[in-house]
Design a binder for this molecule. Structure first.
Ligand SMILES: [Cu+2]
Length: 320
């Protein structure tokens, strides 16, 4: 710094080197702490491949950000202490003219950080096929495939229901997922806009009426996860949450098949509209009322009431 001669420090003091030597050990300590102590506890955890990817991304960005933040703090503290004016000294500091070393270091460091983050962010978005976010109806990097487990997520005011086209189009308010299997969510809504947020799975996808929004996950830990609506969707938005479960594949199969059989038996499968990627909200509400009559499930559009009748008589279901 060219104005060192007018301050208390001796001429020729290598401030840059001193700042570097203070900053470097602090930065290394901070990064080691972030990587080995904080990283394993960062949200959203490691319950799915997508969640683990997000946790990794957050850790990498924290490792990059900590040295930058520390450099600002160290420089600030150094300037306050070393270049502090003596009482009564009202003289202006000397004008600063170009310092090639500082300029080149600044431009290089910022360019490397920004461009590096650009490449890192792009790869981390493409490689895990959307990184847990909804990718719209036709994902570019991981085209929808009938061979994965299909789970349709339907936003209703104010609950999510789940439809499983590979299990006869069975629909339920409970979300079970098999451990270790690729899941392909198809997120939509039958009324207003919602957002499907399976927190510990690292999945978040808008649920819009008339839109099929695809998101992926692969559960890799057993246990329960939280599902919340993440888009203000009306009076009971705050109550629109539920818990899903990751279970062993055999448990999942038994669960799905028994629900499918039950819904076939009591008429729900027959009452539901054919499985499609989106549903027409102007048609569905009446169906919701009918489903309530069949088995007390909401089906669609907020007509949630406790079971009115449990007759299971298909004659009640449709009155064409
Ligand atoms: Cu909602």
């Amino acid at each position: 710094m060219s104005h060192s001669a007018s301050t208390g420090s001796a001429p020729g003091t290598r401030h840059g080197l001193r700042i570097l030597l203070i900053w470097l050990p602090l930065a290394i300590i901070a990064d080691l702490l972030i990587w080995f102590v904080w990283y394993p506890h960062l949200p959203p955890g490691r319950m799915s491949d997508q969640a683990q990817g997000q946790q990794f991304d957050i850790a990498v960005m924290a490792v990059l950000a900590a040295p930058v933040l520390l450099f600002i703090w160290v420089y600030f503290a150094y300037a306050l202490i070393v270049w502090r004016r003596k009482p009564g000294d009202d003289e202006d500091g000397p004008a600063l003219h170009g310092n090639t070393t500082v300029q080149a270091t600044w431009i290089t460091a910022t360019a490397v950080i920004v461009l590096g983050l650009f490449v890192f962010g792009t790869v981390q978005l493409i490689a895990p096929a959307g990184a847990g976010a909804g990718e719209g109806p036709s994902p570019i990097w991981n085209p929808a495939s009938a061979t994965r487990l299909q789970v349709q997520v339907i936003g209703n005011q104010w609950a999510f229901t789940y439809r499983f086209p590979q299990f006869g189009g069975m629909e339920t308010t409970q979300l079970y997922l098999p451990l270790g299997e690729e899941v392909e969510f198809h997120v939509t809504s039958v009324d207003v806009i919602h957002s499907f947020w399976a927190y510990q799975l690292g999945v978040k996808a808008d649920a819009n009426p008339g839109v099929d929004n695809v998101a992926y996950t692969k559960p890799q830990q057993l246990g329960s996860f939280t599902v919340r609506c993440a888009e203000l969707c009306g009076l009971w938005h705050g109550a629109m949450f539920n818990y899903g479960r990751v279970v062993p594949p055999a448990t999942f199969l038994a669960w799905a098949r028994s629900l499918q059989a039950r819904e076939a038996r009591i008429g729900i499968l027959h009452a539901l509209p054919p499985y499609t990627l989106t549903y027409n909200p102007t048609v569905i509400p009446q169906l919701g009322q009918d489903l309530v009559k069949v088995a007390g499930i909401t089906g669609a559009n907020g007509y949630w009431t406790p079971s009115l009748t449990q007759s299971g008589d298909k004659g009640d279901v449709f009155s064409p």
